[in-house]
Design a protein around this ligand. Structure first.
Ligand SMILES: O=c1ccn([C@H]2C[C@H](O)[C@@H](COP(=O)(O)OP(=O)(O)OP(=O)(O)O)O2)c(=O)[nH]1
Length: 389
């Protein structure tokens, strides 16, 4: 599977329409993921383009339907819900699917690994009193924020909306309970991952000591909010890793030169590619060793086989890296000595990364070159020096 793009709605267009404008009939056989059930305007074009599957979060149209249910109105949202069902039922079976259940124990795994990730570890190094309790407090705020955005609080209202959407089979138990449980767990996962790059103690992505922003064309750093957003994307991707010990995610974005406008809601930023650490494409379970450097025999260690997150992101990128544009890679871990020359050679202008491993030399992998890397601006997760005390 290759992720070819990420879009969001703009003032004038829905995300589905942006996808059609950008990719046209190349959408044929693609899988599309939506943060809401697409409306009929989008769905008719997407189905017509021949997509393989549309997966969606069953909420946003329900939120607009929620208002209509409360007002007992018979408005456009209801009409649209019916049209969507009709488009769906006249298309190939399973073209539209609800979010799928999560893997067993994933919530606990995400919680544990989020606490261990570079970003939380860096805060802990600086503030040993930043305890697990503070992480959970922060997460609680995120849960509230995301629940308000993504969930319908009242069970009965949710059922009524599902019926209006033609999904009455989901109103009966155990389906209804399962659906709500899945939605809640996904919100929990999203909140947990977002809390692993928290907006607190003035921590953010700031230029590393020897990196000079102005030694490279007029490229400035992007806002802390957008950086955090992209790093969260990379952290989510890391959960697809095939390395049992550590998942690493990398996402590459670029910024169009200032005078060009675009229809995508991502504004001047556009997606170039993404990846995570995994064995070569097509490998089967146990084709390659998965041992780390604690194993004595170097021959049976994973390091010579695993393709790093940055390497996959560069290999499977969907667009060229333009030398005159600001291209940025967001990585959940410090780029290692194998990846540093690749990032520079590919013409990436900025790196946003964790740096817990910086300067380390491990048995089979080392992290010495990142500190020496010149001509690329490096932004590491640290406390804003103006606020440090
Ligand atoms: O720039 C990088 C560096 C590493 N990795 C991946 C490759 C491999 O799957 C894992 C290696 O991580 P690490 O160096 O932390 O080794 P470990 O054996 O997993 O952990 P440790 O030696 O810290 O116990 O991270 C990347 O994707 N990109």
């Amino acid at each position: 599977m290759k992720i070819i793009d990420l879009h969001c709605s703009s003032r004038a267009l829905h995300a589905g329409q942006v996808a059609v404008i950008k990719h046209g009939s190349r959408l044929k056989d693609c899988d599309l993921y939506f943060s809401r059930k697409p409306c009929s305007t989008c769905l008719k074009m997407i189905v017509n383009a021949g997509v393989n599957r549309i997966s969606y979060w069953p909420a946003d149209p329900e939120m607009s339907l929620e208002q209509e249910v409360s007002n007992h109105s018979n408005g456009d949202a209801k009409l649209d819900a019916k049209a969507v069902e009709r488009l769906k039922s006249n298309s190939r079976a399973h073209v539209c699917v609800l979010l799928q259940p999560l893997a067993c124990n994933i919530v606990q795994f995400v919680e544990e690994t989020s606490l261990k990730c570079d970003f939380i570890q860096n805060i802990l190094r600086k503030y040993p009193d930043f305890s697990t309790a503070l992480f959970y407090d922060y997460r609680q705020e995120k849960i509230k924020e995301y629940e308000a955005l993504f969930l319908i609080s009242d069970n009965e209202k949710h059922k009524e909306i599902l019926r209006l959407m033609g999904l009455e089979n989901l109103c009966e138990n155990p389906y209804f309970i399962n659906l709500r449980q899945n939605m809640k767990e996904l919100v929990l996962i999203l909140s947990t991952v977002a809390s692993s790059v928290p907006n607190c103690y003035d921590f953010g992505f700031y230029l590393s000591d020897n990196s000079i922003e102005s030694d490279i064309p007029p490229y400035h750093s992007i806002s802390q909010d957008i950086t955090r957003h992209c790093i969260i994307q990379a952290r989510l991707l890391a959960y697809r890793s095939e390395d049992h010990k550590i998942g690493v995610g990398a996402v590459i974005w670029a910024e169009r030169s200032s005078n060009t406008t675009d229809c995508d809601g991502t504004g001047s930023m556009y997606f170039l590619g993404c990846g995570y650490n995994a064995f070569p494409v097509g490998s089967e379970y146990a084709d390659f060793p998965n041992m780390d450097d604690k194993q004595k025999d170097r021959e049976i260690r994973k390091f010579r086989y695993i393709i790093h997150a940055e390497q996959n992101a560069l290999t499977f990128r969907s667009r060229e890296i333009k030398p005159d544009e600001k291209s940025m890679i967001f990585v959940t871990k410090c780029p290692c000595d194998e990846c540093v020359p690749l990032i520079k050679g590919a013409g990436i202008k900025q790196v946003y990364a964790g740096d817990v491993d910086i300067g380390k030399k491990k048995a089979d992998i080392s992290y010495l070159r990142f500190a020496e890397l010149k001509g690329v601006s490096k932004y590491a997760w640290q406390q804003n020096s103006h606020c440090a005390h």
